[in-house]
Design a protein around this ligand. Structure first.
Ligand code: ATP
Ligand code: MG
Length: 745
């Protein structure tokens, strides 16, 4: 029965036994998130378990939204949860359910319990009820309203439902045993009055069921066989069974509990995660530092890595905590085989190869998969007189054991040759800003200096300026407590804003995962990267670099600031950048090309200087390959016209890039190119309007909610239209069309 021999746990033993004895012929389990936040890594554990059981035993796993609290639940969380589960690779087929859809059935069952004398309306206040509950050592006291007749209770309960009573004035309680050893059994609450609008049932209800009353009965309605939850619900099991028995429901589900998945240096509580988001400590639920599935996805972690981790930690009844290194290990394990190797320099230090002849550029052939000899695939790595190496790979005054470049020392450039550092240029402040090096061809000769190591590098001119973000643990404390906001790691995000990468990355899809040689695994941030700026996230470094913060270091309640990491520049470079208001990455890219400064000067007369610079550094220069600016079939003024078109929103950045590519190929006017580019996109207002209408028709419920004041939904509609046209339309145009249609509707 149990197909995969390596996963054995107590839950699988129970199921095997149930199937063997014929208690069930097929199993049905469920994953029951409450739509009050995004799913986190703990939910990944629970969903991997439940969906995994269904797959393994050929049963079903239902996705049930446990949506019984109108105050905290929202449709956008439902959408996010579904998106994240699909991404993890789970499929619930038609079995998507909502506890709130069972409200009528739950109400009818509550009336049945009242008629049986097993439930009553209590007029006591919340506080009085708490006082009467007793303690673990002392029995509780019975409420003065406990002996009401079924008829009176029924009438009061109906009036509760009809909205006659204020919030908090009455509750419905099960009538069990105020002296029960298990406090959960001391007349637990079943319903409270809450005059609030539910995101799904809107204003149909003003009484809402409590978890224990809703959950087991929902399981029964769906014919769940094994209802798996975490250990803290173990004491609720008696009540779970009591309700099912009291209603005489058969066949009936059984509850089993396993240990929560905890992770050190992070939190797995939606409430706390929501606070981080709402108070702006992170950039939203999908901030790459968040332990949410959306955050992990954006960071670049694959669903396979997460599922493998969840399987490898096992399913037990003993609480344990997963170390972040276990997650890192699972990620590396998965990415090692899928990540192309490329070189990226995070914090560049220029070097000049003094014995390299003139302006020549060589293209080296370098394998993408050097670790796997059977795998084909390589890229061309440009190499010329001017290169960039990692600042940390050079030391004037090396610490003991330093195996990289030092004055007079040698080092191998990965995929290329050995160099020797002959001279070090420093600025006024004594900061190293350039190395003069010689290429050595015959290092094997006796007497030659020993090669100390191999370092990565990029070509100064053809490499692309990129921003690289490295992430560290979000918290400095291994177990962030209630004071978690003061335990945030102040350096959880480090931004390398002048990094440079091999130009080959332009040839691969945006979602390609790379290993930046010697650094770690990276991919392009899908949310932050704009067409004119590439931002790479570090998914996981090659080695664990975590250092426990010194206890003296005060951890503030401030938002963890991004540490900016700027390279050492010459005074002249700095002055030029300041004068032109350019970032180091963009400015240096421009200055490194012959005629770059002049082209920029001319372009910035006609276009906004910042935009001209960004477009040069990010689109024009990388596209030059080894041609010079002077050889372009257009001049700086024409380039500026294009940049301005985008700036003034007369063309989108996407369109601008397509036009630029056409201009480089030669011939034609900008307007003609733009027309050609647009002809391939959906911009006809009539066609767009049809898409908008179809979307609004499909989401009629939400259109009603929009008109009731949920104006945030406009963005949702725009997103849906863009999805339909596969992004082939201008978001501005779509937004205008949606707004117009909503005004009409
Ligand atoms: P949170 O405190 O994060 O809101 P929750 O249990 O209230 O957690 P739900 O949306 O109700 O969140 O959880 C859906 C399912 O996921 C439940 O079955 C719950 O037991 C399970 N689950 C939640 N957190 C974890 C965890 N850390 N480890 C394992 N399972 C979890
Ligand atoms: Mg819950």
């Amino acid at each position: 029965m149990n197909k995969s021999a390596e996963v054995r746990d107590f839950i699988r033993s129970i199921i095997d036994e149930d199937l063997r004895c014929g208690t069930h012929s097929r199993i049905a389990v469920r994953f029951p998130p409450e739509p009050n936040g995004y799913l986190h890594i703990g939910h990944a554990k629970s969903s991997t378990l439940n969906f995994g059981l269904a797959a393994q035993y050929g049963g079903r796993c239902h996705l049930r939204f446990d949506d019984t609290n109108p105050l905290t639940e929202e449709q956008r969380y439902v959408d996010a949860i579904k998106r994240d589960l699909r991404w993890l690779g789970f499929d619930w087929g038609p079995h998507e359910y909502y506890a709130s859809d069972y409200f009528p059935q739950l109400y009818a069952w509550a009336c049945e319990l009242i008629r049986k004398g097993l439930a009553y309306v209590d007029d006591s206040s919340e506080e009085q009820i708490r006082d009467m509950r007793g303690t673990v050592n002392q029995p509780g006291r019975e409420s003065p309203f406990r002996e009401r007749s079924p008829a009176e209770n029924l009438e009061l309960f109906e009036r509760m439902r009809a909205g006659e009573f204020a919030d908090g004035s009455r509750v419905l309680r099960a009538r069990i045993d105020m002296a029960h050893a298990n406090m959960k059994m001391r007349d637990p609450l079943m319903y409270r009055v809450r005059h609030a609008t539910h995101y799904r049932q809107v204003d149909d209800w003003c009484i809402y069921p409590f978890y224990d009353w809703a959950h087991g009965q929902s399981d029964a309605i769906e014919n769940i066989t094994h209802s798996i939850c975490t250990l803290e619900f173990a004491t609720n099991r008696v009540l779970y069974d009591w309700y099912l028995d009291a209603l005489g429901l058969n066949p009936r589900p059984r509850q089993y509990e396993f240990a929560r998945f905890n992770m050190a240096y992070t939190i797995t509580s939606k409430r706390k995660l929501r606070q981080l988001v709402q108070e702006g400590f992170v950039d939203g639920w999908n901030d790459p530092r968040m332990p949410t599935l959306a955050g992990l996805r954006r960071r670049g972690v694959t669903p396979e890595a997460i599922r493998n981790l969840c399987i490898s930690v096992g399913t037990t009844k003993v609480d344990s905590t997963c170390e972040p290194e276990q997650l890192a290990f699972a990620i590396r394990n998965d990415l090692n085989r899928r990540a192309r190797r490329v070189m990226c320099v995070l914090n560049p230090l220029p070097i000049v190869l003094t014995n390299w002849s003139g302006d020549a550029t060589t293209l080296l052939e370098a394998p993408h998969w050097p670790h796997d000899i059977d795998r084909e695939g390589s890229r061309k790595v440009p190499l010329s007189r001017h290169l960039l190496i990692e600042r940390s790979d050079f030391a004037e005054d090396p610490p003991k054991g330093f195996r990289r470049l030092i004055p007079g020392g040698t080092v191998r450039l990965r995929h290329a040759f050995v160099i020797r550092c002959d001279r070090v240029d420093k600025d006024h402040a004594g900061r190293v800003f350039r190395l003069h090096c010689t290429r050595l061809d015959r290092v094997q000769q006796s007497g030659a200096p020993k090669v100390r190591g191999t370092i990565h590098w990029v070509d100064a001119r053809t490499s692309l300026p990129v921003e690289v973000r490295s992430y560290d643990r979000l918290f400095s404390a291994a177990e962030p407590g209630e004071q978690f906001l003061s335990e945030l790691n102040p350096s959880s995000l480090v931004v390398h804003n002048s990094a440079r990468i091999e130009p080959c990355v332009r040839d691969y899809p945006a979602d390609t995962r790379y290993q930046f040689i010697r650094l770690g695994y990276y991919w392009q941030d899908p949310d932050f990267s704009r067409p004119d700026s590439r931002i790479y996230n570090c998914i996981v470094p090659l080695r664990d670099s975590w250092k426990k913060p010194k206890p003296a270091q005060p951890a503030g309640r401030d938002r963890p600031a991004a540490l900016q990491d700027t390279p050492a520049l010459t005074a002249a470079e700095q002055a030029w950048l300041m004068e032109n208001g350019l970032s180091a990455a963009v400015g240096l890219a421009i200055r490194q090309v012959e005629g770059g400064e002049e082209f920029y000067r001319q372009a910035s007369r006609k276009a906004r200087p910042q935009s001209a610079a960004n477009w040069m550094a990010n689109h024009l220069l990388p596209a030059l390959n080894n041609n010079s600016l002077a050889a372009l079939p257009f001049d700086a003024a024409a380039f500026a016209t294009l940049v301005s078109l985008v700036d003034q929103k007369k063309a989108t950045a996407d369109e601008g890039r397509a036009v630029l590519a056409a201009m480089i190929t030669g011939g034609g006017t900008i307007q003609a190119h733009l027309r050609a580019v647009r002809a391939q996109r959906v911009s006809d207002p009539a066609i767009l309007a049809q898409h908008v209408d179809q979307v609004l028709e499909h989401y009629a419920d939400r259109v009603r909610a929009y008109h009731k004041g949920k104006h945030g939904l406009a963005g949702f509609f725009v997103g849906q239209v863009l999805k339909r046209v596969r992004g082939q339309a201008s978001p501005h145009q779509v937004k205008a069309a949606v707004e117009a249609a909503l005004r009409r509707a």
